[in-house]
Design a binder for this molecule. Structure first.
Ligand SMILES: Cc1cc2nc3c(=O)[nH]c(=O)nc-3n(C[C@H](O)[C@H](O)[C@H](O)COP(=O)(O)OP(=O)(O)OC[C@H]3O[C@@H](n4cnc5c(N)ncnc54)[C@H](O)[C@@H]3O)c2cc1C
Length: 323
């Protein structure tokens, strides 16, 4: 096993900037390990565009012929075909929906070790040692491989690509992946952009988070009135997003956004770990909950035990009265 393969993902006809940054990081890693760096491109790409990956650190670019690469399985087939011929030691993917899926599939197909959400790649004793964030980014675990082949999914945009990098073109090699029947059984029939409306909760100074304790979608008006009085925005838990009460763009937590406003007011939110990891770094956490034993009170700076329907309108009035 020798060499590093980087999956260079095409998005809308151009290489994802995260892939370019990852390729540059792989070049640095390759120099430290004494390993060559190759890139894999799946999809329609013209020769000069693919060869230009040489500027970002690839010495060879393998272009997989065929189509349907918007889905993960054809990419897994391409990786497996290439790996059978080249025997790379490490395969690196920048996190995206398709690339993360493909990395997981490739790890299974190749019987390789898998590290996800890596934020650093380091050479140590001739081996790749990744640093992987855990427990809501509060710890960094150092992960190495016990398998001959290691697959790494790097956190999205963990490595920035240099603006104007020069360098020689990479050598181009085209190959035909051996597609499995099931890999081509599904295809993408269209793309739709999710609507993003209102304030970006990642940017807001004050967030009023609404949870299932609100009882129904209409009661989010209470959070909206308080947020408006404070000049902030409204966030939500997954429970209410899943129930269709509020849009996904407002979801805070493990499968939503990470936020750290100056003040986070949790209204009718229990404080489950998956929500906590998304907002625990907020400056001041205020919780309003009728259950004195709700986990949110374990990490709130200020807690009010009571019915949100009585407390939130009064709080909004007080804030408005103070101007
Ligand atoms: C893999 C995975 C990923 C997940 N990702 C996320 C994520 O990204 N974000 C997220 O939020 N969750 C996530 N979850 C879900 C999470 O585990 C919780 O189920 C969810 O956060 C609970 O939302 P909640 O606090 O609104 O609802 P609940 O847990 O039902 O809490 C409602 C709270 O409202 C209080 N309440 C009820 N009525 C009133 C009232 N009248 N006045 C005051 N208080 C009242 C109750 O005492 C209770 O504490 C994930 C779960 C899994 C398994």
């Amino acid at each position: 096993m020798a060499g590093i393969l980087v999956f260079a993902e095409l998005q809308g006809g151009a290489f994802a900037t995260g892939s370019l940054g990852l390729l540059e990081e792989a070049e640095r890693l390759g120099q430290a390990l004494g390993e060559p760096v190759h890139a894999l491109v799946c999809g329609d790409v013209d020769g000069s565009q693919a060869a230009a990956l040489g500027r970002h650190g690839a010495t060879v670019v393998h272009v997989a012929a065929g189509g349907g690469y918007g889905l993960a399985q054809p990419i897994v087939d391409a990786v497996a075909t290439l790996q059978a011929a080249e025997s790379f030691r490490y395969l690196l993917f920048g996190a995206s929906i398709a690339a993360s899926d493909a990395a997981a599939g490739a790890a299974v197909r190749l019987d390789a070790g898998l590290v996800i959400d890596a934020v650093e790649l380091a050479a140590d004793g001739g081996e790749l040692v990744t640093r992987r964030a855990g427990l809501g980014d509060s710890v960094l675990a150092h992960c190495a491989f016990t398998t001959p082949v290691g697959v790494v999914v790097v956190r999205a945009n963990a490595f920035a690509a240099a603006e104007d990098r020069s360098g020689p073109d990479a050598e181009l090699r085209t190959f035909a992946p051996e597609f499995r029947t099931f890999s081509t059984a599904a295809r993408i029939s269209g793309h739709e952009e999710a609507e993003q409306s209102g304030v970006d909760i990642g940017e807001a100074d004050v967030l009023v988070g609404g949870g299932r304790g609100l009882g129904k979608a209409e009661n989010f008006a209470l959070c909206e009135a308080l947020a408006a009085a404070l000049g902030g925005a409204v966030a939500a838990t997954r429970a209410v997003v899943d129930a269709g009460w509020y849009p996904y763009s407002s979801q805070v937590g493990q499968t939503g956004k990470m936020v750290s406003p100056r003040c986070y007011i949790a209204v009718g939110i229990s404080g489950a770990i998956q929500h906590k990891v998304g907002m625990q770094s907020s400056g001041l956490i205020v919780a309003i909950n009728k259950d004195a034993n709700a986990p949110i009170f374990d990490f709130a700076d200020f807690g009010v035990v009571g019915d949100l329907h009585a407390i939130v309108p009064k709080l909004t009035e007080l804030v408005k009265a103070r101007g």
